[in-house]
Design a protein around this ligand. Structure first.
Ligand code: SAM
Length: 380
């Protein structure tokens, strides 16, 4: 047994021990696919660095293979261009733009998708091709189409899939358009996140089919949704337990912005503890309330900045233990966040899995509890 085979078998054993998979075939797929073919060199975060710096781990260097067979996301590109096999510095900074998702999450998502033999599946975000390889191995090459936005990334994935002896259909293009003319699909799985569900997906997945996608936004709060397509252009479903996040689809990312300049505004006491936004679901509820705002800061000192209107809100602690908020611009960002967070708090601060999403011809609505509960429109 080679070192890679031994490390792979040990990883699969650990993944199986996590439990929770309805279909053990996904663990078998992880045992059959050599992840090192897909990751090549990768970046690992430098512990304690702010902003996060990354060091490159090159193919064949000590620890490389152990990293490949650890249950962690391996970043393979920064800022849409920086590759780990090209950097010469000891550490670099940048925004992750492509990766091999951690194997436990890949397996869990394939399992949650409920793809069955004979299903046609569309994957958005090929990345390194590792999740594509698992899908192709389990479902068959002819059943899987995968779309990657970045041509360099897409070509590397095609080469890796070929080296692994797999040949799913690959498209280089904008996955938010799905696979025009290629449907109907039974399942769609996205391994990049979106601000709203792209309408083409809702016409390319047949009624009765399913979409598994992470909803995110410009404050980088994330929630994984499993949707049933109920008719052409219509879907409904709930958010799933856990804490899943993905890099945002490139066309859905926020526009570039200048350096932050905090400006004066109207000041008043805050009706909520701003630290509520540090909670996983609290941050997401705030993002639902002000989807065009970016959240900066933390704890008592939150900053919201809506790049499309220039509106700002910032909170600060008071000596008496309370908090003040300063707001300016055409949208009172904190007023909206307060209302949303208080509704969530009144409901007992439930996790995202108590929320659902309904998509119809009139819009996309996230609701709390039931479809007629408090709701927020997604920014389509
Ligand atoms: C987290 S990585 C994918 C991980 C991959 N499935 C794996 O297991 O290796 C997200 C990928 O989505 C791609 N992406 C971003 N926006 C996209 C879009 N609009 N259409 C298709 N792919 C997109 C990125 O370039 C990146 O490669």
């Amino acid at each position: 047994m080679s070192t890679a085979e031994r490390l792979r078998a040990a990883l699969v054993e650990r993944l199986a021990a996590l439990g929770g998979l309805a279909d053990s075939g996904w663990c078998e797929a992880a045992g059959a696919v050599a992840r090192e073919l897909f990751t090549g060199a990768y970046f690992l975060p430098v512990a304690g660095s702010v902003p996060t710096a990354y060091r490159a781990v090159r193919e064949g260097e000590p620890g490389w293979l152990e990293g490949v067979y650890s249950d962690q996301t391996l970043i393979t590109q920064l800022d849409g261009r920086i590759r780990p096999d090209e950097v010469t510095e000891a550490a670099v900074t940048g925004s992750p733009s492509s990766s091999s998702t951690l194997p436990s999450l890949v397996l869990r998502m394939w399992d949650q998708l409920g793809a069955e033999a004979g299903h046609r599946v569309l994957e958005i975000g090929t990345g390194t091709g590792y999740s594509t390889a698992l899908g192709a191995h389990r479902l068959g090459d002819a059943r899987l189409t995968s779309v990657e936005y970045d041509p360099v990334v897409g070509r590397a994935a095609a080469a890796a899939l070929g080296a692994a002896g797999l040949a799913p259909r690959l498209i280089i293009g904008d996955g938010l358009r799905g696979d025009p003319g290629g449907g109907p699909y039974d399942r769609l799985i996205a391994t990049c996140s979106v601000r709203y569900v792209p309408l083409p997906w809702l016409h390319q997945v047949r009624p009765g089919g399913r979409i598994l996608v992470t909803l995110s936004g410009w404050s980088y709060a994330n929630a994984l949704a499993l949707l049933d397509v109920t008719g052409p252009g219509q879907a409904t479903g709930r958010f799933l337990p856990g804490h899943t996040s993905f890099m945002i689809a490139r066309p859905h990312d926020r526009p570039p912005r200048p350096a932050l300049a905090l400006l004066p505004g109207e000041e008043r006491p805050s009706r909520i503890d701003p630290a509520a936004l540090d909670d996983w679901t609290g941050a997401w509820v705030a993002q639902l309330a002000v989807p065009s705002a970016e959240r900066l800061g933390a704890g008592a000192e939150q900053i919201l900045w809506d790049v499309s209107t220039g509106a700002q809100a910032r909170t600060a602690p008071r000596a008496d233990g309370g908090w003040n908020v300063v707001q300016r611009g055409p949208v009172r960002l904190w007023d909206r966040v307060e209302r949303a967070v208080r509704r969530w708090q009144d409901a007992g601060e439930p996790h995202q899995s108590e929320f659902g999403l309904t998509v119809s011809g009139t819009g996309q609505r996230v609701w709390l509890g039931t479809e007629d509960g408090p709701s927020w429109d997604l920014p389509i």
